[in-house]
Design a protein around this ligand. Sequence first.
Ligand code: SF4
Length: 99
Amino acid sequence: MGDRDTQIVRTTTWSVGPGCHGGCGVLAHIKGGKLVKIEGDRGHPWNQGHLCARVLAMTQYVEHSDRLTKPQASFVPGTLFLLSTHNHQALSFSIFVDL
Ligand code: SF4
């Protein structure tokens, strides 16, 4: 149960995804625009409130200071390499619409 300042959003891991695609039902607790807690949705027919460690750790990596929030790329003449580490520049998602 959230407090007055916390919004609880019923969704699935399809949309808040920790990189999975099973579609477990979750209740995402949002406070001040930030994800502060994830709990299993007991009313969801697939996972019935149960969650794996992967999604339970989501509050740790969603707000992580090293998290990439934009596509990263390193350009080489004639090619485009997508990277997620160093030696890159941040891109807008719109560039991929034109590819
Ligand atoms: S079990 Fe975990 S990894 Fe699999 S879909 Fe559910 S939350 Fe995602």
